[in-house]
Design a protein around this ligand. Structure first.
Ligand SMILES: N[C@@H](Cc1c[nH]c[nH+]1)C(=O)O
Length: 373
């Protein structure tokens, strides 16, 4: 596998990146950890290799490229759209197998014409795999966080639940657990009387006082743990959650939505049928979805061969709309990507900057093609 890191392998990738119209960008292996911890979500957070600088800054070995590429774009003060291409090692802790993986990809940042940019991203990912010599049939699965969010908004679920569900999208087990919890709200936490009273009254100031007193008595104040404010917010959220009556109809509608699966060229119709039956106005989300599928066709993508799965998401928190993966017939993911329209603002951009991109897992491709990537 050492051959994967060889110069000739990288030179091939650079040719492919250039052919796909991306400019090559190198980003440091050692990155500030906070941007990943804040924006990438739980699944990646668990896998990050953390370290600390002499000055106390928390650093990490880059676990992926999208965030460092966005940070570069912001830091360089770019205002024009750019297409960045990259190749290099990413580091993720795994219980079994290796911890270092070779990735290459393209991030298309600042292009406000979303539908064609999305289409180009998927077409590029497919072309990338073909250029690497992947000839076995692949399976492309597509999901859409924006459609999911529109359904949640249309169902009028309480804000706290909407946020939880939106975060859970991309992780089927967490999503199912959240749906189950929504059906049977958890009982309120058991707390002593001096805490219970302000909780039930939702008297936040009194609750913070009572909690501060207990922390002080226990000698825990300012011990670097969660402080009274944060504990108060969590307690109030748990009391709120316990009081929300389960809305069975909304839940059933949500489950029906999550079971929708159709070839991409029929998916807008399937979504429209669902929206009508459920009495939801999803017209904006469906129009954007349909326009994107049309652009994909124009870009030469066989949309009849792509599966839209309403429950499909990726386990990274920064996606806002399109998500997709290209896998082998037996489910090994070779490439994945999607749109992240809020990520650059979260990372410090002064105005809205849209982005879409994908990464290819070169080690897996090499194992498949028998080549050295
Ligand atoms: N960085 C993502 C893939 C991606 C690139 N751009 C958008 N998404 C990953 O490692 O899975």
């Amino acid at each position: 596998m050492n051959a994967l890191r060889s110069f000739s392998a990288r030179a091939d990738i650079e040719t492919i990146l250039a052919q796909l119209g991306a400019e090559r960008l190198d980003v440091p292996v050692l990155q500030p950890a906070d941007p990943f911890l804040d924006t990438a979500g739980e699944e990646l957070r668990r896998r990050i290799f953390l370290s600390e600088s002499e000055t106390g800054e928390t650093l990490c070995l880059r676990p992926e490229f999208t965030i460092p590429v966005c940070l570069h774009h912001i830091g360089a003060g770019e205002s024009a759209p750019r297409r960045y291409g990259y190749v290099g090692t990413v580091f993720r802790q795994r219980r079994a197998g290796g911890n270092e993986f070779l990735q290459a990809g393209i991030e298309d940042i600042g292009n406000t014409d979303s539908a064609p940019a999305d289409a180009r991203s998927l077409a590029d990912a497919l072309a990338f795999l073909e250029a690497l010599g992947v000839s076995a049939p692949t399976v492309t699965t597509l999901g859409d966080q924006a459609v999911f969010n529109a359904v949640i908004a249309g169902l009028g679920l309480p804000q706290g639940w909407a946020v939880r569900l939106s975060h859970a999208f991309g992780d089927r087990a967490t999503l199912d657990a959240t749906l189950d919890a929504l059906a049977v709200p958890p009982p309120p936490p058991e707390v002593p009387a001096d805490i219970l009273e302000p909780c039930e009254a939702r008297d936040r100031a009194a609750l913070v006082n009572a909690l501060s007193m207990r922390l002080r008595i226990a000698g825990l104040e300012n011990s670097g743990g969660r402080d009274a404010d944060e504990i108060a917010d969590r307690l109030i959220a748990r009391f709120d959650a316990a009081e929300i009556a389960p809305d069975e109809k909304a839940l059933a509608t949500l489950r029906t939505f999550l079971s929708i699966s159709a070839p991409l060229n029929e998916a807008a119709g399937a979504l429209a049928g669902f929206a009508e039956a459920a009495g939801l106005d999803l017209s904006d989300a469906i129009a954007a979805f349909g326009a994107r599928a049309t652009e994909m066709e124009k870009a030469g993508v066989d949309t009849a061969a792509i599966s839209y799965d309403a429950a499909f998401g990726r386990a990274l928190d920064y996606y806002t709309a399109l998500v997709y993966e290209i896998a082998t017939a037996d489910g090994l993911v070779l490439a994945g990507g999607g749109r992240y329209d809020r990520l650059l603002t979260m990372l410090g951009a002064g105005s809205d900057v849209p982005g879409v991109g994908f990464s290819v897992w070169l080690d897996r491709v090499a194992a498949l093609t028998g080549g050295d990537a």
